[in-house]
Design a protein around this ligand. Structure first.
Ligand code: SAM
Length: 294
């Protein structure tokens, strides 16, 4: 049964506002940067098969902060290469922010950015209509597979674009995170199967295991300060609640029973730890790395 509540991703302006607040209140980007600097270099070292030109695709890139950091690591591992970077991002606001970031950052002359203001599914359709034969050396989908109708099919399509030694990097919330617990408990009430899937890396691993697809995986510890969610009527708390539940105006539109159940679970020790008057939600991330299908 799908949720009758409106999905947050339907309202790009509120979605981007709540995502921005989520980034301010969590260690999400810091833990991604740690991964990019410590573990990603070895993953990137093997791509490219000694080519002088690399094709990269970023799906759901947001404002590009994380993408540009990965492109810097790529440059360090493959000095002298030129890069074609397809950016696939449906939010006009985020695409604009990404372009501004690129215009302000020096040292990106070796990269050609192709801006695709569209969803992953639209990109896939366009790729097929144009009968594209281009292959990619590095594809990443970071915190975005929640917003496609069929995450498994989307992974299979993008994996099929990988060149020899290419890598597909997926980052989502870990199945063992607070999000995993929250979404497993209230999936039917919160999740829109057309729009947002409440998927975690556990779901993706089950899918890949069922297909016999091999992958590497990593867990990244991260926390989110959700203290404000417990102050009735607090504007920021309500924005964060929207992001946690993926529901637009959750506080105003959810039934009292659902709201009470979610609020109780959010501060339950399965999801959060309380210390120094703060409630810190387990925002652990999972990373999955796929090779070209053989
Ligand atoms: C949680 S943000 C992550 C942004 C960025 N990857 C990061 O980690 O900072 C999710 C991004 O996916 C984008 N998005 C939403 N639906 C999408 C879709 N169907 N296909 C591709 N991207 C989508 C959103 O606009 C947003 O920029």
């Amino acid at each position: 049964m799908a949720s009758s509540l409106n999905s947050l991703v339907n309202d790009d302006s509120r979605y981007q506002k709540s995502f921005k607040l989520f980034l301010e209140r969590s260690s999400e980007h810091q833990c991604m940067l740690d991964f990019i600097h410590n573990l990603l270099p070895d993953i990137l070292a093997s791509i490219g098969d000694r080519k002088s030109h690399l094709n990269v695709i970023g799906v759901g890139s947001g404002a590009g902060e994380i993408d540009l950091e990965m492109l810097s690591e790529l440059r360090l591992k493959h000095p002298g290469v030129t890069v074609d970077n397809e950016v696939v991002e449906p939010s006009g606001q985020q695409l604009h922010n990404y372009r501004v970031l690129v215009s302000q950052k020096p040292g990106l002359d070796h990269i050609k950015f192709n801006w695709n203001k569209m969803t992953a599914t639209e990109f896939e359709e366009q790729w097929k209509v144009k009968k594209m034969t281009k292959k990619a050396d590095f594809i990443h989908m970071i915190q975005m597979l929640y917003y496609v109708k069929d995450p498994g099919a989307t992974i299979s399509f993008f994996q099929s674009l990988l060149d020899k030694n290419g890598k597909l990097l997926i980052i989502l919330v870990s199945g063992k995170s607070g999000f995993g617990k929250l979404w497993r408990t209230f999936r039917n009430q919160l999740c829109h199967t057309e729009l947002s899937q409440c998927v975690t890396t556990s779901d993706i691993k089950s899918f890949l295991d069922s297909k016999g697809v091999k992958y590497q995986s990593y867990e990244l510890p991260s926390q989110l300060d959700i203290t404000d969610c417990f102050t009735e009527g607090d504007e920021k708390g309500e924005l964060l609640l929207d992001f946690l539940t993926e529901v637009l105006d959750f506080s105003k539109t959810a039934s009292p029973e659902l709201k009470a159940g979610v609020m109780e679970l959010l501060r339950h020790p399965d999801c959060s730890v309380e210390s120094n008057g703060k409630i810190m939600f387990n925002n652990n991330l999972g990373v999955i790395v796929l090779d070209q299908l053989t």
